[in-house]
Design a protein. Sequence first.
Length: 295
Amino acid sequence: MRTGVRFVGAALAATLGSAVLTGCDRKPVGQVVATVNGEEVTRRELVSEVNAIGGGNLNEEQLKAAQPALVQGLVDRKLLVQEAKRSNLDKNPQFLAEQQRANDLLLVRMLAQSWMGRQTKPEAAAVRAFIADNPQMFGERKAVLVDAIVTPANSITAQQLAPLKSNDAIAAWLTSNKKQFRRVNRPVDTATLPKPFVRQLLSQAGSGEPVALNDGSAFTIMAPRSVRPMPLPSNQWNKVAEQAIAQQVQNKTIADELKRLRENADLNYLPEFAPSSGNAAAPARGDPPATTLES
């Protein structure tokens, strides 16, 4: 469950005062904090800006200090939007497609939030069990420097990967078969990876042989180069466990609801765009299956 954004309560929202902008045809009044060539900037828009910067963490004095800059940002944005509309960019097909996508994503996020609004805090026993079952996130958390190759999941199969015992060999195979991929050295946090994958990755720390993670859309192939202990401070364990449990519940809720919606929907595809049976239900984000090269 997303918890990073806190919403400004009614008491705090009420403290957002009016900001007067000169040179406007219409004067700010009531719920209007400024006008831009006659177009209103409302308190609701200002509250939305405060939420976007994590305003739930600000006290009343901090909110008052921040609001002039936030209002000016809204004013500048409206000036740019007005200029874009004068250029008819709001009629551009690319804009309309991006606007539709943004609207859809916002509605989906709000729907997920409404589903999770009834979620209760996990019980202490569940938190303790989660910590015990996921040491790679807590006392045994590690930072692993990996040589990583990322390629679309349909670029190569587990059977084709099996005889390739190094990322150099895998990169050569992908290149010779004209497959897209990118390769980079980067650290990964074992707390962010599925537990079975972490076990496989750490087991190869001595040999440096790669392990592949398939999330349904891409293969991420990691060859461990070095491992550094990075235990999470024990005073953070409960909070992190509660957040992780909430995320698992959210993933399951969304997957279950989406399954129900699919089963009750009238879906029709052009043949070339129809999902294959293997891709009809992608894994829930945050819980991808681990695939080792030996499989």
